[in-house]
Design a protein around this ligand. Sequence first.
Ligand code: HGY
Ligand code: MN
Ligand code: MN
Length: 406
Amino acid sequence: MSAVIERLAELAQLGRHDAGIDRALATPQERRARERFATWARARGYALTQDDVGNLFARRNGVRDGARSILVGSHLDTVPTGGAYDGAYGVVAALCALEALDERNAATEHPVEAVAWAGEEGSRFPLGCLGSSVFTGAYDGASALALSDALGTTLGQALAASDGGLLDGVSKRDETRVAAYLELHVEQGPILEREGVSLGIVTAIAGQRRYRVAVEGTSGHAGTVPMARRGDALCAAAEMILAAERAALVAGESVATVGSLTVEPNATNVIPRRVTFSVDIRSPDDARIDAVETALRESAGDANARRRVTVAIERLEARAPTPMDPKLRAALGRAVAAIGERAIDVPSGAGHDAICLARIAPTAMLFVPSIGGRSHVAEEETSPHDLEIGVTALAASIVEVDKFVI
Ligand code: HGY
Ligand code: MN
Ligand code: MN
């Protein structure tokens, strides 16, 4: 069994439960995944560094003194019901690609570093791409460490804890100059499988905005408050959620998702006093995201006017649609041809750390197919054949990119 298959099977046990894998940032299971990454890297003599928010780097030296690093990686954390490949594949494949260069005794001009970015999913602390946002200066490190999870634990506290924290004996990372960034990821969509091809070269990553919406109404007895006199927070929330769904359908090439919702006091015979819910809007076209956000805000205004509630919309994150670097995409095309494979251009509806790295360095992504196009579910699956081709293509891409980036 190849190293990429074996290592993914091992990581898949960390955080496994009967509905998938739960490996949120700075939890014991996610720390153990970072420890496995460190063990594999040390076994190859790669120099390990980590920064204050838990990004972890394994460096294979280059031959040109002072050259900036080519970073290659993804993330080890998962959504609460995650699969075995989202993120983990790109981290394991990055290490395997470095090892493939070792086996071929292939020297690179630039140092190449495999990276495990901290907290890409944003499932524990309320910021997606947390680690790569801090690394690229898109988010302040101290503010990130002050972010709290649902239980009030801050990221700083979690990383200081022995079981979820930074790894011992790993030197601090200060270097943030980057020559280029490559990320290999499962597509999480249906295109490659439908086209019958094992590799995709990503054209652009969809823009994404995340919000937290709070609806304050008035609690009361479910049996005695007349309908015309209610300030029912949940009915108001329901109207807003359907307004966002309708707006995404009308805008086209857009998606709007409410994945998380809480009701207070959450009792069957009490009118809901307060409802909070998440909104995730995405599109390759910012104007369409604007249209869906406008519809959401208009629906909130309508609820404020008609429903005796008060609605507050907090925008948590906004990432513009991000094209991948054309010169790197061409290099990936040459690399795929060099290994005798075919690739097609494919957009990414899913978000990735690459959206942050593209702010500071030429950035490109490779995809391999997701069976049934499914991801963020326990059933997430990619064939061993495609997993292995991805690693070969990634190693060839590093060699190609190393020839010309600065
Ligand atoms: O939400 C996303 O697209 C990514 O999986 N964090
Ligand atoms: Mn994901
Ligand atoms: Mn991912």
